[in-house]
Design a protein around this ligand. Structure first.
Ligand SMILES: [Zn+2]
Ligand SMILES: [Zn+2]
Length: 180
């Protein structure tokens, strides 16, 4: 598949890379839209503080603001995720430390960050994520009420099928992905 790769400060190109295969507890999302923000610019210029801190280095596959459709499931993932329209959180905690156990994986000391820290990003045809990281912000139709409650979302289960809208859908106010 095609993916944007930042190969060095001020240098990037589209490359053919391996299609992600979901491991246990993971899903693959076919990316429909991806944004470019200031963080991505600093990744491209090499000015993001993470470089100086030794957290990251080139090459980097960016893209942490995205939406898409779940197209493949790893072992143990509820089949209801297949076909779900999702976006997701950038911060992926280790899942094992006290902070993660307390639901604060976004500040896990051993976290990955989609498209930034040791996790391939979404400026690509597909992105690998965890379903639990998709629960914060799901795509919904602009033409009807939210098809699921935030309580259901935080429970970690897949969303129910969406009622088709007239438009292509967009983000609801106040539910943008965190991480920026
Ligand atoms: Zn952790
Ligand atoms: Zn951003």
């Amino acid at each position: 598949m095609r993916a944007l790769v930042i190969t060095g400060a001020g240098s990037a190109r589209v490359e053919d890379v391996e299609v992600p295969v979901p491991g246990a507890g993971q899903v693959v999302v076919d990316v429909r839209r991806a944004g470019i923000c200031g963080t991505d610019v600093e990744l491209f210029t090499g000015q993001l503080a993470y470089f100086a801190q030794g957290k990251i280095g080139f090459p980097i596959r960016p893209g942490h603001e995205w939406c898409g459709v779940v197209s493949a499931l790893g072992d143990g993932v509820d089949p209801g995720w297949l076909g779900a329209r999702v976006t997701g959180d950038t911060m992926l905690g280790c899942g094992h430390c006290p902070r993660c156990a307390a639901g604060r994986g976004h500040v896990c000391a051993d976290r990955r960050e989609v498209g930034i820290v040791h996790w391939p990003g979404a400026l690509a045809e597909k992105v690998l994520v965890r379903p639990l990281a998709c629960t914060g912000c799901r795509m919904q139709s602009t033409t009807g009420p939210a098809p699921w409650s935030s309580r259901a979302a935080t429970a970690g289960g897949p969303p129910p099928p969406l009622t088709p809208g007239r438009g292509s859908g967009s983000w609801s106010a106040g539910r943008a992905p965190s991480g920026c």
